[in-house]
Design a binder for this molecule. Structure first.
Ligand code: GLC
Length: 665
């Protein structure tokens, strides 16, 4: 296996890569690099080459045939034509006639044209030739991915409770709202471990504050929830509200910790609280200061957070508003009809996440001033790093739950991600399936989508099918936007169906947790495309709606409305298992090949690979209550399984007693 590192110009040190590698001189080993206009890498793909990677990106597992842009964006419309989402994961693998991996360590806007302009050409392009290019050779795509993962360091490991189910909704405001959710689940015996607190828990959306009216005695509230074995997970937004007397604002201004305009004044961008300043997450002192603020909540009993709006999202800036006002004014005064309504519309629409705004503020990194757009894709990474580094100081032996919306490779060491504002669309359930292995390739193991869909009104069947996928994603969270149909599981008819599906999650946690831990500790994948396990099977190479999970199982979720089952492709003989609604199992050995399998709305299917087995537990209402001492093995007779188990709280990963051999007799 060969790994090469090329340097162009003066790259920004993103700290995505941990290992020191000697710099290679001369031409790249594959493809061609031109520095005539910025940086352009081109490679002629063979007809059957597959391209894997790009993490949180649109479309398929095979990225071929479209154009993707790394430009972290707050984008609630994940339609098929969307080229940028919230993350920049610039790693891909070309697999076919020649097989190699590429990581472009470049923190600004970067384009991957993968057979879009020309069907046979892969072009990677960016404006400035200041970057590191890593090239990895290997026998297979899988081997290359694993080498890459070693390069970027161990993935984030959450506490075990984070493998439980979580309920979230933008719109829970008072304590009573939260108690109602707790009661809705506990009374109906639907397992749950976490309730998420969206922006309304804060006072006027000010980070690290609590709403004065609703959360007077917050530590007591946190404790009361804990007594029900529920953890509260507050959101932290990137922007700090501009408000005289607000401690975080005052400290940030005084110490110069906020991003600045060219003239040295603090840059203003409006987000949920109205005008905010962005903490300079790239500046070590500012980062430490911001990270220390998480203590305000950990000292009140909080052990879990989600970081949001950290692309960073901008609704508008005062400068942008002024420009838009001028267009509107011109339109209103225009008697000749020279200003088109479309110009007005664009002026308003372009207020948010505007390119010019991102070019108008600066970071201070090791004494050098850097314009934001040159390092744009690092903001979420460094915000989450601020928290991660703080947790190390707060309780070095403990694990905290942390996931972020925006990210860059490197952040995978500090937290997981959720995939942002999807919609209650069946197509987004499918997108969720496809995105998972790509995210794993880039180091992001603790991930999941908003189950049921964030925007738009969900339906009972969509939520059930999506939960049946969520059973397998490390982050299993039901989350919805303000104003949408309420989608807590107890809001629908026949709650037993929901209970059953979430119970299956808890029954599988010993296996899912074990596979997660083994993947994280060994720089391996939790979710893999079938092609990684069966690289010689030409059919398996094409499958995009089934995934390998760990070493033992394959999943094939349903993602079509009114479907009573689905076609699956089995590259080898497997045992088809259905968790039936009465708590029993349906098991059937199926030969390799294509099959139609029936799966009711209240069933969870999985496929156990030949000569393998997995442990299952009895269900429990929260993770800690799972009886891991009495596991049952299902699958093939005489198969062995190595179970990883630890206390789920501390970082004692390397204890040999964490591994146990189990045999299905
Ligand atoms: C963003 C987040 C979403 C959250 C909302 C309000 O849209 O992506 O999850 O509910 O902000 O905080």
């Amino acid at each position: 296996m060969k790994m090469r590192k090329y340097v162009y110009g003066e790259p920004f040190e993103t700290e995505a890569v941990l290992r020191d590698i000697e710099i290679s001189e001369g031409n790249v080993a594959y493809g061609e690099v031109s520095l005539e206009e910025g940086f352009v890498f081109t490679y002629q793909m063979a007809e059957n080459d597959i391209v894997y990677g790009l993490g949180e990106a649109n479309r398929g597992i095979n990225k071929r045939g479209y154009c993707y842009i790394s430009n972290n964006t707050d984008i609630p419309e994940h339609t098929e034509d969307q080229r940028s989402l919230y993350g920049a994961h610039n790693f891909l693998v070309v697999s076919g006639e020649k097989t190699f991996g590429l990581f472009v360590d470049y923190p600004a806007r970067l384009t991957f044209d993968i057979g879009y302009t020309r069907m046979d050409t892969l072009t990677i392009r960016c404006e400035e030739a200041n970057l590191y290019l890593y090239l990895i050779e290997g026998e297979s795509a899988y081997e290359i991915v694993r080498a890459f993962r070693k390069l970027i360091g161990r993935s984030y490991i959450p506490p075990k409770f984070a493998f439980g189910y979580g309920q979230s909704r933008w719109g829970y405001v008072t304590k009573e709202d939260f108690y109602k959710v707790a009661e809705g689940y506990r009374k109906n015996h639907i397992p749950m471990d976490m309730i998420y607190m969206d922006i309304d828990y804060m006072q006027d959306y000010k980070d690290f504050t609590l709403n004065k009216k609703n959360f007077q005695d917050f530590p007591e509230f946190v404790q009361k929830m804990k007594e029900q074995n529920l953890r509260l997970v507050p959101i932290i937004d990137a922007g700090v509200k501009v408000e005289k007397g607000y401690e975080v604002y005052e400290e940030g201004v005084k110490n110069g910790y906020f991003c600045k305009r060219e003239d040295g004044s603090d840059f203003v961008a409006a987000v949920w609280p109205g005008d905010t300043h962005f903490p300079d997450m790239l500046n070590e002192d500012a980062r430490r200061w911001f990270g220390e603020k998480y203590r305000i909540l950990t000292e009140q009993g909080i052990e879990a957070f989600w970081n949001d709006m950290n692309e960073p999202a901008i609704f508008y800036t005062p400068e942008g508003v002024k420009k838009a006002q001028e267009v509107v004014k011109r339109f209103l005064q225009d008697t000749e009809g020279e200003t088109s309504i479309f110009e007005v519309r664009d002026a308003i629409m372009n207020l948010a996440n505007n390119k010019e705004d991102y070019q108008s503020f600066y970071h201070q990194v090791n004494g050098t001033r850097i314009r934001h757009d040159k390092v744009h894709n690092l903001f979420g990474y460094y915000m989450t790093r601020a928290a991660g580094e703080a947790f190390e100081r707060i309780a070095p032996e403990k694990r905290f739950l942390m996931f972020s919306r925006s990210s860059y490779i490197g952040m995978h060491r500090y937290g997981g991600i959720w995939t942002g504002d999807n919609k209650a669309w069946w197509s987004h359930l499918l997108l969720n399936i496809k995105m998972m292995p790509s995210l794993n390739m880039c180091g992001f193991l603790y991930t999941g989508a908003d189950l049921g869909g964030f925007g738009a009104d969900t339906t009972r069947d969509l939520l059930l099918r999506w939960l049946a996928l969520g059973v397998f994603t490390p982050l299993m969270r039901n989350h919805a936007a303000l104003g949408t149909r309420e989608q807590e599981c107890y809001q629908f008819e026949n709650i037993a169906d929901f209970r059953h599906i979430i119970e299956v999650r808890y029954r599988l946690i010993p296996y899912l947790y074990s596979e997660y831990m083994k993947a994280a500790l060994d720089d391996d994948l939790y979710f893999k495309p079938l092609a990684f396990t069966y690289p010689k099977d030409s059919m398996a190479l094409q499958v995009e709606d089934q995934l390998m999970l760990g070493n033992e199982i394959m999943i094939a979720p349903i993602y079509t409305q009114n479907a009573k089952g689905r076609y699956v492709y089995l590259p080898e003989e497997m045992k088809f298992v259905k968790f039936l609604s009465d708590g029993t199992l349906y098991e059937q050995i199926l030969p390799a090949g294509h099959h139609y399998v029936e799966i009711a709305l209240n069933e969870v299917p999985l496929f156990i690979r030949q000569n393998k087995c997995i442990p299952i537990a009895s269900s429990a209402e929260y993770v800690e209550a799972i009886d891991t001492k009495n596991l049952t093995l299902i699958g093939y007779q005489n198969a062995e399984y190595t179970l990883y188990e630890d206390d789920g709280i501390h970082k004692t990963y390397d204890n040999p007693s964490n591994l146990k051999k189990l045999i299905l007799k």
